[in-house]
Write a protein that binds this ligand. Structure first.
Ligand code: MN
Length: 289
């Protein structure tokens, strides 16, 4: 099943380029704040699934006639694994490795959708990089999850771009700008992804292929990511993982179009625009400008 949000926060199901509204069935108010409807859906999915499947027998709207929003905007946590592909560690001359460093976190509010531009901060001396990543969504609450049980806690997957300002500020600051985590176009439930150890992913900037990788090369694989994170904190339905970027990261600038495609998960193309502000004013201006 493919779960989307669209037209200002309505929840829908996507099938064969048609969107089937689920907000009414779920009793979800698209204008409600905080917008936790999809988190609730994930938490109650097993009970809701038969009803959702019935919706797919109804009438759908053409995908082209709706505006897709981020499929998940209010997860309890947005976790991320750094340098989870060896070749990316080499290209960054970094000794960081996900199997040594564990996970970090990004601000949940950095999440944006498949039709939202990446808005660059005004930090002209810095490179701002794209990172092509598989997004992993947790389906049920768990702490100290055993490796053998870890996949039971997966709800599904999405495309995810982890945008990053390079520099010396804390990683959480450099990765937490609004719009720095585009996700989408849908949340694809795990049953639609045949082999999580063999998911191909690609990212292009302006139609030039920059990243081309496969989850078989993850240093910390999906079950280990879940077990490690849950040894520290309680995972909740809807928690989102950025699973790490492969090699090929590079700068993006205003006017670029960043396209990500993940096998069995989907694709989206995100424009990049220039925003204002966002530099670290505590750094001497001459270093920034
Ligand atoms: Mn990343």
């Amino acid at each position: 099943m493919k779960i989307v949000r669209y037209d200002g926060g309505r929840i829908g199901l996507l099938q064969d380029d048609l969107v089937y509204d689920a907000s009414e069935f779920l009793g979800d108010d698209p204008a409600a704040w905080p917008p936790t409807g999809v988190v609730q859906l994930i938490a109650k999915f097993d009970a809701l699934k038969p009803g959702l499947e019935k919706l797919l027998k109804g009438t759908g709207k053409p995908l082209a006639s709706v505006r897709l929003d981020a499929p998940l905007v209010w997860p309890h946590k947005l976790l991320a694994y750094p340098v989870n592909y060896l070749a990316h560690g080499h290209e960054m001359n970094s000794k960081n490795r996900a199997n040594i460093n564990g996970f970090f976190m990004k601000s949940n509010s950095s999440i944006s959708g498949p039709n939202d531009p990446i808005v660059l901060p005004d930090v002209p001396s810095r490179e701002i990089h794209h990172e092509c990543e598989l997004g992993l969504i947790i389906g049920k609450r768990g702490r100290h999850i055993e490796l053998a049980d870890a996949m039971d806690y997966v709800f599904g997957y999405c495309c995810l771009i982890d945008c990053t300002v390079r520099g010396n500020e804390e990683r959480v600051m450099r990765k937490s700008y609004d719009t720095f985590t585009p996700i989408g176009p849908a949340i694809v439930t795990k049953d639609e992804v045949l082999d999580y150890t063999n998911i191909g992913m690609k990212l292009w900037v302006n139609d030039v292929l920059k990243q081309d990788a496969n989850t078989r090369d993850l240093l910390v694989d999906i079950p280990n990511m879940i077990t490690i994170a849950s040894s520290v904190l309680t995972l909740e339905p809807g928690d989102l993982f950025a699973t790490g970027t492969p090699a090929g990261v590079g700068p993006i600038k205003a006017g670029d179009k960043v396209r990500i495609e993940i096998e069995g998960v989907g694709k989206m193309e995100i424009p990049v625009i220039q925003g204002e502000g966002g530099y670290n004013i505590a750094i001497k201006k001459e270093e920034v400008k």
